[in-house]
Ligand binder design. Structure first.
Ligand code: SF4
Ligand code: SF4
Length: 182
């Protein structure tokens, strides 16, 4: 036969947790109506960056693709053309895709990138309704053109080499006649 404790106290004690919780501060977040900022170094959607004159930082080397443990990146490099280049140096990323169905947002790819072309933003809303829409193309990943940037293809700045870009010695685009690339 059940003791007095088991028949009377235990059912009431079980509600103790319920009553305590009823008077606590509510932690429910009202997402998506109220979006909380992430930590500054949160790993979200990737971005392909540009130099201050608008040329692309990606040189199509594929190191990011080789570093990826989920095989989520596909890169095809191509040669730059003198006078109408996409990036400083020999090559640029002609095709660049990240498959967000595979990506685990680990950040190994951005560690592998030698030019800091690839970084990660704080954007985390990556759900969608189709598989195709979660394969991001280069146009989806490229950083926007900021003031002072010029849409590639165009020449490197007059009198500069690719090494000047990599050393951070090149500023915003300055209009030149016939361009640089000497
Ligand atoms: S964040 Fe990780 S999983 Fe995603 S593309 Fe980069 S290396 Fe691959
Ligand atoms: S993003 Fe960086 S690592 Fe990847 S292909 Fe471009 S330059 Fe190479």
């Amino acid at each position: 036969m059940a003791s007095v404790k088991e028949s009377l106290w235990d059912p009431v004690a079980g509600f103790g947790v319920t009553f305590r919780t009823m008077f606590r501060k509510v932690f429910t977040e009202q997402y998506p109506f109220d979006k909380k900022p992430t930590a500054p170094r949160f790993h979200g959607r990737h971005q392909l960056n540009r130099w201050p004159d608008g040329l692309e930082k990606c040189i199509g080397c594929e190191l990011c693709a080789w570093a990826c443990p989920a095989d989520a990146i596909y890169v095809e490099g191509a040669d730059n053309e003198e006078g109408g280049r996409m990036s400083p140096g020999e090559r640029y990323g002609r095709v660049y895709q990240i498959n967000y169905l595979r990506c685990i947002l680990c950040g190994l790819c951005i560690e592998a990138c030698p030019t800091r072309a690839l970084t990660m933003t704080n954007e985390y809303e990556l759900a969608d309704r189709s598989r195709e829409s979660l394969i991001y193309e280069k146009k989806d990943l490229l950083a926007p053109l900021l003031p002072g940037m010029e849409e590639p293809p165009h020449a490197m700045q007059l009198g500069t080499t690719d090494k000047d870009y990599y050393r951070g010695m090149v500023g915003a685009a300055v209009p030149t006649e016939g361009g640089g690339d000497k």
